[in-house]
Structure formats: C-alpha cells, structure tokens
Design a protein around this ligand. Structure first.
Ligand SMILES: Cc1ncc(COP(=O)(O)O)c(C=O)c1O
Ligand SMILES: N[C@@H](CCOP(=O)(O)O)C(=O)O
Length: 463
C-alpha cells in the first residue's frame, strides 16, 4: 500500500515513512492511494473475533510492506493489553435503539488511547534501525496531549512538544499532561485557542528553518496511522450489532473530524453504515459545512466540551479530497484560499457526494446537558459532555427505529467532572488510574501563540 497527499505534489510514501512523516511536505495529508475493501464474508467472519484479531483484519491492508501479521499482532497485543476492559471498546445498551461504544478504557481515559498506544509502539519499531531522532510537535485541546504523552514518555529517539490552549482544558486534562516529568516531554501552554496551536504545528512542518534542523513528526490525527487504528472499532461495534447483514448508524462528537473520518474509511472499506452523524457543539463549522456548504470560521466559543472547541478541522481536507474526485492540485488551490480567507463555499456537486452518508447536528449546552441527564435517568450511565453531544445528535437525527445507533463515548466522565456535576448533580468518582493526580508536581511553560516563540523553544531543546 502506498499513500498520496491530498494536495497532489508530495512524493507517495509507504506506511513506515508515512507514519514517521506525519504531514505531507506539500502541506497536505496522506491517504491510501486506494481504499482497500473487505468482502461481506470477511466482515461476517469478524463475528466473535477479539479486538486484536479484528484490528489485524482491518489494518492488514494498510500496513502491507511494513508489518506482517505476526508483527501487527504483537504491537496490538501490547497496545490493547494496557486497556482496563477485556473487550477493549465495550458496547453498552441505553435503550432499544441507542448504544454507547466506550472508547475510554485506555491509560488516559479518552478514545485517543486507542490509536496513540499503537502509534507509540510503531514509532519505536520504525526508529529502531534508523539513525533518526524525532521531534514530535503536537497540538491538543486536552485529550490527544495526555494520550500522546503517556504513549511516548521515556521512549528513546523521540522528544514531544505538546501545545495546549492556556486555561482552556479541564484541570484533569491539564494535569494528565503536565505532571509527566520525563525528560523527553515538554508541555507548552499557548496564549490562544486550539486552532492557534494547530496552525503553529502545521506552520512548523512547512518552515525550512525548523525542518532543516530537526526531523519532525506528528501525533495528531494529521498522522494517517492515528486514523487507521480508529477504523477498527467501527467494525468491532457494527459486527456485534449484526453487520454486515444489518446497517448501523454512528453518532460521533466531532472536533478535528478525525474520529468520524475513521468511520468514513470503514464505510469505504465495505462496512454497511446507515449514517455517520457529525455532532458539533456551538462551534459548528462542520455542521454548517455539511448542511449548507458554508465552511467559514467564526471566533471559537469556549464550551463545556473543550476538546471540540475547534474551527479548523484538519481531517475535513481528507473528505474534501475524495469529494473532489481526488484532484489534489485543485484541492491545494481551494485549501490555500481557505487558509488566507478562513472561508470557503463547498460546491454543491461535492456536497452531494457527502449527503448520502453524513448527517450533522449542532448541539448547544442545554441540549448537551439534557442528553446527559437522559442517559443517567434512563440507563444509569454518567456520560462525559462530549459523549453527551454525540448522544443528543443521535436522538435528533431521525434514524429509523429499527436501525441501531452507536454513540461514540469518547472520554470518561471524570475528565470533565465539573461539567458533569453541573448537568446532573452527580460528581463522577476519579478512577484509580488517575489516583494522586492532584498531588503531583506540574511542569509547563507558557508562550505567546506565535510560530517564532514556539520554534525558538523547540529548537533550543530538541536533540
Ligand atoms: C473527548 C473528545 N471527544 C471528541 C473529540 C473530537 O474528535 P475529533 O477531533 O477526532 O473529531 C475529541 C478531540 O479530538 C475529544 O477529546
Ligand atoms: N480534541 C483533540 C484535538 C486534536 O485532535 P487530533 O485528533 O487531531 O489529535 C484533543 O483532544 O487534543
């Protein structure tokens, strides 16, 4: 399998190089040259398979040429052995139609662990025989940061510089990052929003002063390997609910469009999906884009779902690439225009390509809180606010009542205990995994949200 850039001019790479590269050199994102397909029989054959066996079947076509089955099994066994649930990503039923797919049983209690535990091991494996030291620069609205830090702390040949928006992550999220004192981990609070942090990361990939001095890589979902690992749980859940003979809908709380794009990949691979419901908070650029074609940024409004307080969703570019008929050079022109004006109108013919599969909803704070209370009262489940945004969207999507809807439960409620308590009156207990978090020393630096400030900081410290 080789990978091509959404902007059409970076060299095609194999899986190993794509994993280490992160972003393509033309500023685009890597995608497989073709979408591999699983037949209905192969999907049916996943019934009863363990998470690791499912992962091997789903990821095998993407890693051809870089990993054989034995290597993939070894990495997945290690990665998912760190999860606190035998099913890795268990399904929980809420009512006759609604299910939760709990993705938060990993070390940092958010869905990011599913991909980042594997990515940490992939980095280690691919770096073993190379004389390369990676400088990972990442942006987080809270969860990617802690998952990446857990996966990479103490690993040889990698330094991690993680940018989070100062004051805009929950106290638990911040401490999960800043109390890890390994010498290869650097936490930076930038004085701006997540979008500023993400823009700085992308600018560093395009900055010759940086790239001539360090080998950069990415842990954000711009890195293809992140998304690949997330495709697995769509198959795992759908098969348990009757796929391929029965269609399933998924409701996905969305920020950077990574998680829901993984659902799109599952659909391209042959998984029968009724609808992918893109759930946004009031920072609703993706809902506007999918429903009216208006892909224009406003100011970011801080909400009780900080991990979704995003305007510029990196992975939307991957969908636009397919909707454009995979015309990378044309998309490069569109993306350059968007980067300058922060606005784009998606042509109707492109939008039509998305309408059969995607639905979307904008969920405000009241809708989010009432979905959280519904899950608690109806099924005794305490949900985190992001999951509640997904559930609220699931319940208003108008999906036929015989189609199961799986809401992706993207974080443990304890990560957002103030918001959960405000909505339900119940304060989630801190899981043992977070024990002592508030007693540990924190270490981070605060920087202005500029390329110059972050570049100087990174270059001074990277090996
Ligand atoms: C808890 C939680 N839910 C949902 C999202 C949105 O996911 P994505 O950015 O892949 O759309 C994030 C951040 O990525 C998150 O941390
Ligand atoms: N919500 C995310 C934002 C970064 O998303 P990513 O999936 O591209 O890493 C976070 O938790 O940091």
């Amino acid at each position: 399998m080789d990978y091509i850039s959404t902007r059409g001019s970076a060299p095609a790479l194999g899986f190993e190089d794509v994993t280490l590269a992160g972003l393509a050199s033309d500023g685009g994102l890597y995608v497989p040259r073709v979408w591999p397909m699983l037949s209905a029989d192969e999907i049916a054959g996943l019934a009863g398979a363990s998470y690791v066996e499912t992962a091997i079947t789903v990821m095998r076509p993407f890693v051809v040429g870089a990993l054989d089955d034995a290597a993939l099994r070894d990495l997945c066994t290690q990665a998912y052995g760190r999860f606190n649930h035998d099913a890795v990503t268990p399904l929980v039923q809420l009512d006759s139609q609604n299910w939760l797919l709990e993705l938060f049983h990993g070390p940092t209690l958010a869905f990011k662990d599913v991909a980042l535990q594997l990515l940490g091991l992939l980095f280690e494996r691919f770096l073993t025989n190379r004389d390369t030291h990676l400088t990972v620069v990442g942006a987080t609205s809270g969860d990617t940061g802690s998952a990446a830090i857990d996966a990479l702390a103490g690993r040889a040949k990698v330094d991690v510089f993680m940018l989070h928006p100062a004051g805009r992550v929950s106290d638990v999220q911040r401490r999960q990052m800043t109390t890890v004192l390994s010498p290869n981990i650097y936490n930076i609070a930038v004085e701006g929003s997540f979008d500023h942090a993400q823009a700085i990361v992308k600018a560093m990939f395009a900055d010759p002063e940086t790239t001539s001095r360090v080998t950069m890589s990415a842990v954000n979902s711009i890195n293809w390997a992140r998304l690949m690992a997330q495709v697995v749980y769509y198959f795992y859940a759908a098969v348990r609910l009757g796929a391929p003979d029965r269609k399933v809908a998924f409701a996905v709380p969305t920020g950077n469009f990574g998680d829901v794009f993984a659902g799109y990949v599952a659909s391209r691979m042959g998984l029968p999906i009724e609808r992918l419901i893109v759930a946004t908070n009031v920072n609703d650029i993706l809902h506007r884009a999918l429903s009216t074609g208006d892909y224009s940024c406003g100011l970011v409004t801080p909400t009780a779902t900080p991990s979704m307080d995003i305007q510029v969703s990196s992975n939307f570019e991957r969908l636009l690439f397919d909707l454009s008929g995979r015309d990378g050079l044309a998309l490069a022109g569109m993306m350059r225009g968007f980067e300058q004006s922060k606005a784009m109108t998606i042509p109707e013919n492109m939008l039509n390509g998305a309408r059969g599969l995607f639905a979307s909803a904008r969920i405000d704070g009241d809708d989010m809180a009432s979905a959280m209370r519904w899950a608690h009262d109806r099924a005794g489940q305490l949900l985190d606010p992001h999951t509640s945004v997904g559930l609220a969207a699931a319940r208003k999507a108008g999906i036929a009542s015989d189609v199961p809807i799986v809401t992706l439960a993207t974080a443990h409620p304890a990560k957002f205990r103030d918001a959960v308590e405000r909505a339900t009156g119940f304060r989630p207990a801190m899981p043992a995994r977070l024990g002592g978090l508030f007693d540990r020393e924190e270490r981070f630096d605060t920087l202005p949200a500029t390329l110059e400030a972050v570049r100087a900081y990174v270059l001074e410290r990277s090996k």
